[in-house]
Design a protein around this ligand. Structure first.
Ligand code: CP3
Length: 357
C-alpha cells in the first residue's frame, strides 16, 4: 500500500489503467456484490430503508451502501448500489423484492404483455441511480474508480418473461426459440433502454461500465451471437456514440470457451469469467488479447483460511497483473464472513507486493 500511495500523484486508477491497456500501478481488485447482506452495517441500513428497492431509490442511503465495503477493505473500485431489474421497472414492469424470495415481476408472457410495456425507458424511474453516482463520486479516493452497470438484454428479458428467478429459465428459453419476433423486439427495447440508462450513469460520473449477462450460460452456443455478443456490442457502441469512449466489462457468465469470442465480437475492454474457466487457458489465450476479470470461487471466500489463500494465489500466480482485474467468478455470498474478505484482499496485495512494488 505504501508503495502504491507514493505513486498516486497523477490520480492513477488501476482499474481504468488495465481497461485502457496501460500498465497499472498495481493489480486492480474489486468484488461483485461487495455491498450487501454479508455486511452487518448493510443489514442495518436496509432495515432503516425498509426494503431493498427503497434503498436503491434513496440516493443518500444507496450512496452509503456503495461506500460501506470501501471503508472496510482496500478496493480499487466502487460499484453503484442498484439492481439490474430497475430497467425492467422503468419499462413498465411491476417489481418487488420479497424477503428471501428474490425478485417478483409482472411477467411478460405474450406479445400482448410486450405491447403494454413503455416504448422507451422512463428515466425518472432511475434518476435516483444517477444521483447516487454523483454522491459517491465525490467521496472516493483518487485511486478508486466508480463502476456503473446494467443487466444484458438476455438476462433482463429472462427475469421479465419468468416474472422472477426461475430454475433454468425454461419459459424464457422456449420463447426465445418459439417466438423470435416479439422476443427479438423485447431484446431490441432492452438494448435501447440500456444505452439510455448507461449514458445517464456516465453523465453522472461512472468511469467504467459492467454489463451483467448472468444467465448467458443457459443459452445454446448457437444463440450466443444473436442474444449475447451482438446485444452487448450494440449497447457498447450506442453508449460510445452518446458519451464518448468509456471502458466496458462484459460478464457473460457460464459461456466457458465462448468468452474469447465474446470479447472479440462485442468489443468490450475486459471479460469477466466464472470460476470454472481454466486459468491456464485464460493466461495463454485470453490475456494476450483482452483483459480478464475474475474468477475466484465465491465458496472459497465462504470457507476462508488456507483454502482461500491458496485459491487467491493460484489466480495471481497465473494471470499477469497488467491484464487482470482480481474479482470473484460471481457475487459474494450472503454467508461470507467479512473477515474472510479482508483476508482475500490482503492475500492479493501480498502476492503482488513482489510483482509490482
Ligand atoms: O455490490 C454490488 O455488486 C452492487 C449492487 C448489485 C446488486 N445487484 C444489489 C443487490 C448488483 C451489481 C446487482 C446485479 C444483479 N441483480 C444481478 C447480476 C449479478 C448476478 O448476481 O448474477 C442479478 C441477476 C440481479 C437480480 C437480483 N437482485 C436477484 C436475483 C436478487 C435476489 C437474490 C438475492 O441475492 O437476494 C437481487 C437482490 C439484490 N441485489 C440484493 C442486493 C444487495 C439483495 C437484496 C437484499 O438486500 O435483500
Amino acid at each position: 500500500m505504501e508503495v502504491f500511495k507514493s505513486h498516486t500523484v497523477l490520480c492513477r486508477k488501476p482499474l481504468l489503467e488495465v481497461l485502457t491497456g496501460r500498465m497499472p500501478s498495481r493489480r486492480p481488485l474489486w468484488l461483485m456484490r461487495q455491498a450487501g447482506r454479508y455486511l452487518p452495517e448493510y443489514r442495518r441500513l436496509r432495515a432503516e430503508a425498509g426494503s431493498f428497492l427503497q434503498l436503491c431509490d434513496t440516493p443518500r442511503l444507496a450512496c452509503e451502501a456503495t461506500l460501506q465495503p470501501m471503508r472496510r477493505f482496500d478496493l480499487d473500485a466502487a460499484i453503484v448500489f442498484a439492481d439490474i431489474l430497475l430497467v425492467a421497472r422503468a419499462l413498465g414492469t411491476k417489481l418487488e423484492f420479497r424477503d428471501n424470495e428474490g425478485p417478483a415481476l409482472s411477467p411478460v408472457r405474450s406479445e400482448e404483455d410486450f405491447l403494454r410495456l413503455n416504448s422507451k425507458i422512463n428515466l425518472s424511474d432511475v434518476e435516483a441511480v444517477f444521483e447516487t453516482i454523483s454522491l459517491v463520486k465525490r467521496q472516493l479516493e483518487d485511486h478508486q474508480a466508480l463502476i456503473g452497470f446494467c443487466g444484458a438484454p438476455w438476462t433482463v428479458a429472462s427475469y421479465m418473461i419468468e416474472g422472477g428467478s426461475a430454475a433454468e429459465r425454461l419459459s424464457a428459453r422456449k420463447i426465445a426459440l418459439q417466438r423470435p419476433v416479439w422476443f427479438g423486439q423485447l431484446v431490441e427495447r432492452l438494448i435501447e433502454a440500456s444505452i439510455e440508462y448507461l449514458s445517464g450513469q456516465v453523465e453522472a460520473g461512472a468511469e467504467a461500465i459492467q454489463i451483467f449477462d448472468s444467465w448467458a450460460g443457459d443459452l445454446p452456443e448457437s444463440l450466443f451471437d444473436e442474444l449475447v455478443f451482438e446485444p452487448v456490442r450494440r449497447i457498447r457502441e450506442g453508449l460510445m456514440k452518446r458519451v464518448g469512449v468509456i471502458p466496458v466489462i462484459g460478464f457473460a457468465r457460464g459461456i466457458g470457451a465462448g468468452h474469447l469470442q465474446f470479447g472479440m465480437r462485442s468489443g468490450v475492454n475486459a471479460v469477466s469469467v466464472e470460476p470454472s474457466v481454466p486459468l491456464e487457458w485464460l493466461a495463454k489465450e485470453v490475456c494476450p488479447r483482452i483483459s480478464v476479470q475474475g474468477n475466484l470461487d465465491p465458496v472459497a471466500a465462504v470457507v476462508g483460511g488456507e483454502v482461500l489463500k491458496r485459491a487467491v494465489r493460484r489466480i495471481t500466480g497465473s494471470l499477469p497483473a497488467h491484464s487482470h482485474i482480481f474479482n470473484l467468478g460471481h457475487g459474494i455470498r450472503q454467508e461470507t464472513a467479512p473477515e474472510n474478505i479482508r483476508e482475500l484482499v490482503e492475500t492479493v496485495r501480498e502476492a503482488d507486493g513482489a510483482l509490482i512494488g
